[in-house]
Design a protein around this ligand. Structure first.
Ligand SMILES: C[S@@+](CC[C@H](N)C(=O)[O-])C[C@H]1O[C@@H](n2cnc3c(N)ncnc32)[C@H](O)[C@@H]1O
Length: 336
């Protein structure tokens, strides 16, 4: 007979999220949501689920005496909160969740040096946002949730991320284990599954690094609009190419070795898409080329990274000969 699935930690966390939805702290979701999540997290076949849930439940019980969510490294707990044995155990269990892509984090003095310096992206985004204080925010395609913590650190009252990856959900909970009561949540959903929030949508909706993965980018933008309250703010971060309002790149096959890249528009074309969908007060606030210092292999992400995705002779080109990755931040509002 198979041993029962270890799920204590996740059960407690999901309960907190459903309570926030039932009490109106977060926009309400259909009554069927809990069953849908239960099926995705605990039932749908997945070869690694048992191992991941066991690792989560084995994380050592340590009380964090302090945390810091508003500087580059998301830090929870201090070294002196844990014994040496607990820190070793923590380090080993966190290794279960390699590769760590988005971060960096530090738990009780144990650093997780992730593939991406996601704090650099946040530094390009944060100065342009309406103050997040008191806002309910949604981060679509949040990965393992690094930016969710930064959003809460910047004052957001409630933070919900969605991302279909079960692996990222597990990584998220290995962090949240040590800040369990924070109003920061993640659901394993796609933006296609978001309900239509007629009454009370989110104050701010983020979509960072997702648009180019969608075959139908306008549908994605429409989904984001539906998740916003009237007058709410959209924060879009995506790959762009240089060019006029008529320019977009669709790679023949891969782009920087990624198979699932569809449209890379110019910022002007992206602004046009947003206008056509009825967004207002649209502005491109940042365009930056991604560097091999921002995205690189580390001890916590041992696969290939940006350096391997670029032309070895000309770093202005991808290995396929397309313009090297440039990313834009675009802010817009849903009409009031
Ligand atoms: C490049 S990562 C970006 C992660 C993070 N937002 C950031 O900017 O660092 C793209 C993420 O979008 C997620 N994703 C892809 N399609 C999605 C969809 N339809 N709805 C929600 N998330 C999606 C992927 O699982 C992945 O974690």
């Amino acid at each position: 007979m198979t041993a029962p699935l270890k799920r204590k930690l996740l059960d407690q966390q999901l309960e907190r999220l459903y309570t926030a939805m039932a009490t109106g702290e977060l926009p309400q979701w259909p009554a069927t949501l809990a069953a849908q999540i239960e099926e995705i997290v605990f039932t749908r076949p997945h070869g690694k689920r048992r191992e991941w849930l066991a690792a989560l439940d084995a994380l050592p019980a340590i009380q964090a005496s302090a945390y810091c969510l508003d500087s580059g490294r998301v830090q929870i707990g201090q070294q002196q909160d844990a014994t040496t044995a607990q820190r070793t155990q923590l380090y080993e269990l966190l290794q279960t969740f390699i590769p760590w892509r988005k971060g960096p984090f530090e738990l009780f003095g144990v650093p997780i040096d992730t593939e991406w310096r996601s704090d650099w992206k946040w530094a390009r985004v944060l100065p342009h946002l309406s103050d997040l204080s008191g806002r309910a925010v949604l981060d679509v395609g949040c990965g393992s949730g690094y930016h969710l913590w930064r959003m809460h650190g910047a004052g957001a009252r409630q933070v919900l991320g969605i991302d279909p990856s079960l692996f990222f959900l597990m990584q998220f909970h290995s962090i949240k284990r040590y800040l369990p009561v924070a109003p920061v949540h993640l659901l394993p959903l796609r933006s296609e599954d978001l309900p239509d929030f007629k009454a009370n949508g989110f104050d701010t909706v983020f979509s960072m690094g997702v648009l180019y993965h969608r075959r139908s980018p306008l549908q994605h933008l429409q989904e984001l609009k539906q998740a916003l309250r009237p007058g709410g703010e959209l924060v879009l971060e995506t790959l762009v190419v240089e060019g006029d309002v008529h320019t977009a790149l669709m790679p023949e096959q891969r782009y920087a070795k990624m198979r699932n890249v569809w449209f890379i528009p110019s910022p002007l074309m992206l602004e046009l898409w947003l206008r056509r969908l009825g967004f207002v007060y649209i502005r491109t606030v940042d365009v930056t080329q991604t560097t091999v210092e921002e995205q690189r292999s580390t001890d916590w992400m041992r696969f290939e990274s940006l350096r391997d995705f670029l032309d070895p002779v000309d770093q202005q080109l991808t290995i396929e000969g397309y313009p090297a990755p440039q990313r834009a931040v675009i802010i817009a509002e849903s009409p009031a």
